[in-house]
Design a protein around this ligand. Structure first.
Ligand SMILES: CC(C)(COP(=O)(O)OP(=O)(O)OC[C@H]1O[C@@H](n2cnc3c(N)ncnc32)[C@H](O)[C@@H]1OP(=O)(O)O)[C@@H](O)C(=O)NCCC(=O)NCCS
Length: 153
């Protein structure tokens, strides 16, 4: 049986508010130059966050893009990248945590992605493991945000 997803019925502004609040708590210093776009795309919410204030997912920026289908209790990370000059400082991990925390608060219970070639070790370090389907996908169950004692609400 498919469990009901709490983000059914949420609006674009509501999703954007949750994502902004999660970024403010997880990546406060990124907020100055960042851009967050939330769009409807074939019934799903498509969230695009750029943390460098440069064109979203253009070359060399630090950004994450994820998709939530209200019919599904699952979030897909479409893209996640850290500018080459900023890698190795935990920013990629924090970007993934932004998605996981926002996903949980919006009612999703797992995050999946197709790792780009050579990034499996990065995703494994973050707790993502191969899942049965689709082929080559990795996934992780999301839990309440326990940072600072919060419970994700
Ligand atoms: C993969 C990528 C996002 C990592 O970003 P980052 O900010 O350097 O990663 P972090 O510093 O947060 O690293 C988090 C953990 O992953 C590990 N890790 C990061 N990159 C790794 C790599 N290439 N291989 C193995 N482990 C890696 C780190 O050692 C760290 O583990 P630890 O906390 O246990 O020490 C970045 O290299 C990147 O943008 N690559 C190009 C785009 C890309 O391939 N994106 C993936 C889309 S699926």
């Amino acid at each position: 049986m498919t469990s009901a997803s709490a983000h059914v019925g949420q609006t674009l502004p509501e999703v954007a508010t949750v994502v902004r609040s999660v970024i403010a708590s997880r990546l406060p210093r990124a907020c100055g130059g960042g851009r967050i776009l939330v769009e409807r795309d074939r019934g799903a919410f498509l969230v695009k966050c750029s943390l460098d204030g440069v064109p979203l997912l253009g070359g060399g920026d630090t950004a994450v893009e994820f998709r939530m289908d209200p019919a599904d209790a699952e979030v897909w990370i479409c893209d996640l990248r850290v500018a080459p000059s900023r890698r190795g400082r935990g920013i990629g991990r924090r970007l993934a945590q932004v998605v996981e925390t926002a996903a949980y608060r919006l009612g999703a219970r797992s995050v999946r992605l197709l790792p780009l070639h050579g990034t499996q070790a990065f995703w494994r370090a973050l707790g993502y493991e191969p899942v049965d389907s689709p082929a080559h996908a990795h996934g992780k169950r999301v839990e309440p945000d326990t940072e600072n004692g919060r419970n994700g609400g």
